[in-house]
Design a protein around this ligand. Structure first.
Ligand SMILES: [Fe+2]
Length: 386
């Protein structure tokens, strides 16, 4: 949904003749969502974007996935999954998944294959390091704290600059700002915790000359490896409202209050049947009798995944949670601060915490890599019997 942008050369009027120096037509491509009824962009290619010379089935690494039974709060230590040299797309370690969203993690210093996710949008969160997201729209440099939204079916690859740690949120559908942050015409409202000035996008087309180029496509019936006659990064220009974009979690302005504010104030994006929230360093509750940590709570319609990505998370002190930890607090379980956290927090006026939360309305299953790094004593930490 980001606002209109244009990049490179485009004709004055859409769907009209636009010629290359040799007199041939540029190949116009409309990339749009919801059956020509939602956001779109027009892309102008030097070569036909339809020209494939091969298509082969492909089987990526498969991970088993089991329900959260017995029902328990869980703690996963993602930093035990270090995998330098992993492909940032094909070797993602799947952690939690349902039919709406899949969460995975990768530690890598190697460029990915060229990739298209034809199932839904992806939100990549950079826990640490730097990378360049190269796509058919151009290059976008990202670093620690950046969210990158890659719309469905955009061909892209991840090129780390050194070692990068990335949490990947793959949706079955589209991810965007919460509708309540936007005017009816799509401008960010004054009440939104971020706005247009905080968003970054590719600024100029990024061309690569190559032939017989493989692109790995994740689609609704599996994976296929297409071989394109020419490199898909061959644009002379594009314009529209559909493109990869980035938002730094450090540009998310926290909303605070006299008493404890509920998690929706931290909401950053919405997806189909899930939300993404950012917990950022902030001044905390300033009522004279305020208790700055959360109350015990039970959002009865959600599973809550929290990825601890910086600072120290006061409410979790004593639980074993640390940098890179993921907690899963499922529907059916009441969760809250660790014992003693409420008393300790009284009088504190600032929390130095950084975390990404994904709340899903359908239950999250547990994938094999998550179980391999589980802290199995976490469920008993509130009772002090781990
Ligand atoms: Fe919670």
């Amino acid at each position: 949904m980001p606002y209109y942008r244009r990049s490179g050369e485009i004709p004055a009027k859409r769907h009209t003749q636009f010629r290359q120096p040799d007199g041939s037509l540029f190949a116009e491509e409309l990339m749009g969502q919801e059956g020509f009824s939602s956001d779109s962009s027009l892309l102008y290619h030097r070569h036909l974007p339809t020209a494939i010379v091969a298509a082969e089935e492909f089987d990526p690494p498969a991970w088993s996935r089991v329900p959260n039974r017995p029902l328990k709060p869980r703690h996963f230590r993602t930093h035990k999954l270090d995998t330098p040299g992993a492909d940032p797309v094909l070797d993602r370690a799947h952690l939690l998944a349902n039919d709406d969203v899949r969460l995975s993690y990768v530690v890598t210093d190697k460029p990915s294959v060229l990739y298209r996710n034809a199932i839904g949008d992806e939100c990549l969160y950079v826990e640490s390091g730097r990378a360049r997201i190269e796509s058919v729209f151009g290059a976008l440099d990202v670093a620690e704290g950046d969210y990158v939204i890659i719309p469905t079916s955009v061909i892209y690859r991840v090129v780390p600059d050194g070692l990068a740690r990335i949490l990947a949120i793959e949706a079955t559908g589209h991810i965007g700002p919460p509708r309540r942050y936007l005017s009816v015409r799509g401008q960010f409202l004054e009440s939104s915790p971020y706005c247009e000035r905080d968003l970054r996008a590719p600024t100029e087309p990024f061309n690569v000359d190559a032939t017989d180029v493989d692109v790995y496509v994740q689609h609704r019936r599996g994976w296929t490896r297409f071989t394109y006659a020419n490199h898909p990064f061959d644009l002379v220009g594009w314009d529209g409202c559909l493109y990869p974009w980035a938002l730094s979690i450090h540009d998310f302005e926290p909303i605070t209050g006299r008493v404890h504010q509920p998690p929706p104030v931290h909401q950053t994006f919405e997806g189909p049947n899930f939300v993404i929230c950012s917990f950022v360093p902030r001044k905390v509750d300033y009522h004279p009798l305020a208790i700055p940590v959360p109350y015990n709570h039970h959002n009865v319609d959600s599973d809550e995944m929290l990825f601890y990505t910086g600072g120290n998370y006061e409410a979790r002190r004593g639980s074993g949670i640390g940098q890179g930890s993921i907690s899963l607090h499922p529907g059916g379980f009441t969760h809250g601060p660790q014992p003693g956290a409420a008393e300790r927090a009284i009088g504190v006026d600032y929390f130095d915490e950084l975390a990404v939360m994904v709340d899903t309305f359908r239950p999250l299953d547990l994938c094999e890599p998550a179980l391999s790094c589980e802290d199995s004593g976490y469920a008993w930490t509130w009772a002090g019997t781990r």
